[in-house]
Design a protein around this ligand. Structure first.
Ligand code: DAH
Length: 358
């Protein structure tokens, strides 16, 4: 039997020395494979004298089982260390902060819209949308600005060539047509805001042909002017992050609201600096009012049963005030230096709890 013991010792040593799974597999073929050395030994049983055959066969089986067990054990060890090596190489420290050098920046317009959505979202407003290309009917008529109404002149409208016989199509001059869409499309109570692009044929240092507004609309059975005031005061204080910001409401006129008002916030100018929230000067911030009953009717809502308020605000304007951006035109120049200075880090999503802008 010493021949078998020697063979086992030799194979065991080689199995232990196998450095990887490929080498081990080659050894398995060499020993237990169809033409392997142990397999060949088993085949010799037939040539052995019958009286020795039983003992010899048992010894072959012991050898075969021992080699198979060794191969399995080595395989498990090699697989384990391969996994360990891979884990060590692919280690990720999930506690590290995000990479400090982000590639892009969030444009102040996008940031401001995110902030507005965060604030009004917390108050229970849903975000509504409408198309940039709007019907004359929704942009004007159903907002109580019929054809020939003087308010149309004030809008410097871009009219698009319509098909003969169809009503005119315009680039929307304000986000107010989203009010019409919301009232026609859903049953009260309605509580929506609609940020988006708006267009007017006007271009100078303080006007851009494409700019942004946000619209707000509430329609239900009991909302009154006190709610309008409370909502907008809470909003400006949250947005400008000035808890005791001074404000005033001035009577105004919009065809789609009655009564109408404009909201101003206090400011101080001096030494080339503008300070918000305090002082005796005023900055106009937004237009607002109770939804005109005529508008409710034209949008399929019974003014005897329902009422509500609306507001509209220029996004560039409040962004310029909040972030001290002096020139409107720079918003659209896509200048990377400007964006690096005035832009925001992509991972800093504004929330009321976590902070609007960092
Ligand atoms: N649409 C008006 C504009 O572009 C702004 C506005 C004023 C919207 C009063 C309103 C509102 O919803 O109630 O000048």
């Amino acid at each position: 039997m010493t021949d078998l013991a020697a063979l086992e010792t030799e194979l065991a040593a080689r199995i232990d020395a196998a450095q990887n799974l490929e080498a081990l597999e080659a050894l398995r073929v060499e020993t237990l494979g169809k033409k392997g050395r142990v397999t060949e030994l088993m085949k010799t049983l037939g040539t052995i004298a019958p009286e020795e055959r039983k003992a010899r066969g048992a010894a072959f089986n012991v050898l075969k089982d021992a080699i198979a067990a060794k191969l399995d054990a080595r395989k498990a060890a090699l697989e384990g260390s391969a996994l360990d090596a891979r884990l060590a190489q692919e280690t990720v420290d999930v506690t590290l902060p995000p990479r400090a050098r982000e590639e892009g920046r969030i444009h102040p317009i996008s940031q401001t819209i995110d902030e507005l959505v965060a604030i009004f979202g917390e108050m229970g407003f849903a975000v509504a949308e409408g198309p940039d290309i709007e019907s004359d009917d929704y942009n004007f008529t159903r907002l109580n600005i019929p054809p020939e109404h003087p308010a149309r002149q004030a809008h410097d409208t871009f009219y698009l060539a319509g098909k003969p016989g169809e009503s005119h199509v315009v680039l929307r001059t304000h986000t107010s047509p989203v009010q019409v869409r919301s009232m026609l499309g859903q049953k009260p109570p309605i509580r929506v805001i609609a940020p988006g692009r708006t267009y007017r044929s006007d271009s100078d240092a303080t006007h851009s042909p494409n700019f942004h507004q946000i619209e707000g609309l509430i329609v239900d059975k009991s909302t009154h002017m006190g709610h309008l005031k409370g909502c907008l005061v809470d909003f400006v204080r949250a947005f400008f992050e000035i808890p005791d910001l001074r404000y005033r409401f001035r009577p105004s006129y919009f065809p789609f609201t009655e009564p109408s008002a404009e909201m101003d916030i206090a400011c101080t100018r001096g030494n080339g600096e503008l300070k918000l929230g305090v002082g005796d000067d005023w900055l106009e911030i937004l237009g607002c009012g109770m939804v005109n009953p005529k508008v409710l009717s034209m949008c399929g809502i019974d003014p005897e049963e329902y009422q509500g308020f609306a507001f509209g605000m220029g996004i560039e304007r409040v962004a310029m005030l909040k972030y001290g951006i002096p020139d409107l035109r720079t918003f659209y120049e896509a200048d990377m230096r400007w964006l690096r200075h005035y832009g925001f880090a992509p991972a800093d999503v504004p929330t009321l709890a976590g902070g609007l802008a960092r």
